[in-house]
Design a protein around this ligand. Structure first.
Ligand code: HEM
Length: 209
């Protein structure tokens, strides 16, 4: 793919990623967020976080299956959007639901365990966002950077569990997210096992004694 096309797609992702936020701001300004605007803001930003997390996790399997290696160029932006909406999601909860009170937020976390799971997901995304720049990749070295960025799996799994735990009755939607994530992570596991098997088989047998 040409450099110009990559730049254009990046611009498309950048603009489209901001659309949900723009709609929320617009609807909030026009009092169109329904009977419980605070909850609407929390739920929508939470959903956007999860969607961007899953999209980020989909890049590598898609790239390997299709051979479209250029897809990798969009992974960072998708991941950063996941982090961005995750921060907004937390901020909506912290400000609108908890009135910026740290003690009230912590008390609520002890009461509602899914908040601890959600916070775990968001916290592990912090080092990922910090080390997402080219300079940080260089500084850490590819191997260490890749090892650190496996935390994205933790974030995605914790994000889905958090969603599942907070749903009151109908768990179908969180289960769909769980199934999609299982396929994406399962693909990675299969690739990993296939790669390590021949390496082990090729290794010379240890001499007795
Ligand atoms: C990566 C991190 C996170 C992800 C992926 C995530 C995702 C979600 C999703 C998908 C929902 C439900 C949306 C819906 O039903 O439409 C949700 C709800 C919620 N999340 Fe998160 N979340 C994350 C972190 C957090 C954190 C750090 C907090 C606060 C400490 C939090 C607090 C909440 C609350 C209060 C709700 C609404 C529960 C309710 O209305 O009963 N989340 N989140």
């Amino acid at each position: 793919m040409k450099e110009n096309d990559i730049r254009f797609i990046k611009l498309l992702i950048l603009v489209n990623g901001l659309v949900p936020l723009a709609l929320l701001v617009w609807d909030q300004g026009h009092q169109q967020l329904g009977a419980n605007p605070q909850n609407f803001l929390i739920l929508t930003t939470g959903m956007m976080t999860l969607i961007f997390l899953v999209l980020t996790m989909a890049v590598t399997p898609l790239r390997k299956i299709t051979g479209w290696n250029w897809l990798i160029q969009f992974r960072r932006m998708l991941g950063l959007y996941a982090f961005f909406y995750g921060c907004l999601h937390f901020l909506c909860f912290f400000s609108l639901d908890r009135g910026f009170s740290v003690s009230s937020t912590l008390t609520e976390m002890l009461k509602r365990k899914y908040l601890i799971v959600g916070s775990t997901a968001l916290i592990v995304m912090i080092p990922l966002a910090i080390t997402s720049t080219n300079a940080m990749i260089k500084r850490l070295g590819g191997k260490r950077w890749r090892a650190l960025h496996r935390l994205a799996y933790v974030a995605a799994i914790a994000g889905v569990i958090h969603y599942y735990m907070q749903v009151k009755a109908d768990v179908r939607q969180p289960l769909v997210f769980a199934a999609v994530l299982a396929v994406l992570l399962g693909y990675r596991l299969v690739v990993y096992l296939r790669q390590t098997k021949p390496a082990k088989a090729a290794a010379p047998a240890a001499k007795p004694g």
